[in-house]
Design a protein around this ligand. Structure first.
Ligand SMILES: Cc1cc2nc3c(=O)[nH]c(=O)nc-3n(C[C@H](O)[C@H](O)[C@H](O)COP(=O)(O)O)c2cc1C
Length: 185
C-alpha cells in the first residue's frame, strides 16, 4: 500500500479481533510513531502496551473509576466498563510527556504526541491491521493517571485499540475539500 492510499483509506474499526500487530509489525508501528513531527526533537511521548490479561486489569481500572464517579452504577454498567479494553486484542496507551522548554510550548508537544498516535494508526492500516483511537472521560481522570503510574507532567493522548477488523468496514465519508479551504491574502 502506498502512502497516499494509506492516508486516504484509513478507517476506524470498532470491532477488532486477533491477529493484532506484534513482533516486527508492532516495531514498525512504533517506528512510525517516532517519526512524528517533533519540535526540537523532544520525543514528548511514551507508550504502554496492554494485552492479554492486562486488558482486564485496565477494564477493572475503568470500572473502579466509573464507580467512584457514580456510586449508584449497577453491575451491568460496571461490566460494560470492564469489557472496554477487551474490544481489541491489543491496546496501546499513548502518553504525552510534557516538559518546560523555552521554544516548545506544551501544546506543541501535545500535538506531536497526537501525530504519533495518528502515525501508529496509519502504519497499522498500511500493514493490514485496523484500529481506533479512543479516549472518553476516564482518559483524563486523575485516578487513571495514578493507575497507569503517570507523572504529573504526563497526559493520556488516547487508547489505541488495534487488531484485525471484524466485519465490513464502514464506508469512508466523502467530504468536499473546497468546503475547508480558502486562499488567504
Ligand atoms: C483524540 C480523539 C479521541 C477520540 N475518542 C473517541 C472515543 O472515545 N470513542 C469513539 O468512539 N471515538 C473516538 N474518537 C474518534 C475515532 O477515533 C474515529 O476517528 C471516529 O470514529 C471516525 O472514524 P474514522 O477515523 O474512520 O474517520 C476519538 C478521536 C480522537 C482524535
Amino acid at each position: 500500500m502506498d502512502a497516499i492510499e494509506a492516508l486516504l483509506g484509513r478507517n476506524s474499526a470498532a470491532k477488532l479481533v486477533e491477529p493484532a500487530p506484534r513482533g516486527d509489525d508492532l516495531q514498525t508501528i512504533f517506528k512510525a510513531a517516532l517519526r512524528a513531527p517533533d519540535h526540537a526533537r523532544l520525543k514528548p511521548w511514551r507508550f504502554l502496551v496492554v494485552e492479554g490479561d492486562a486488558r482486564s486489569q485496565l477494564g477493572e481500572v475503568f470500572a473502579q473509576l466509573a464507580l467512584a464517579e457514580n456510586p449508584s452504577l449497577d453491575r451491568e454498567a460496571l461490566d460494560k466498563q470492564r469489557a472496554k479494553p477487551l474490544r481489541a486484542p491489543l491496546v496501546i496507551v499513548v502518553i504525552a510527556c510534557l516538559q518546560e522548554h523555552a521554544q516548545v510550548p506544551e501544546i506543541e508537544q501535545y500535538l506531536s504526541a497526537g501525530c504519533a498516535a495518528h502515525a501508529m494508526l496509519l502504519a497499522g492500516h498500511a500493514l493490514g491491521y485496523a484500529g481506533i483511537w479512543r479516549t472518553g472521560a476516564m482518559a483524563y481522570h486523575a485516578g487513571m493517571h495514578r493507575s497507569l503510574d503517570m507523572a504529573l507532567n504526563e497526559k493520556v493522548v488516547g487508547f489505541l485499540y488495534l487488531g484485525t477488523r471484524e466485519g465490513e468496514a464502514k464506508p469512508l465519508p466523502e467530504y468536499r475539500v473546497a468546503d475547508f479551504i480558502r486562499y488567504w491574502g
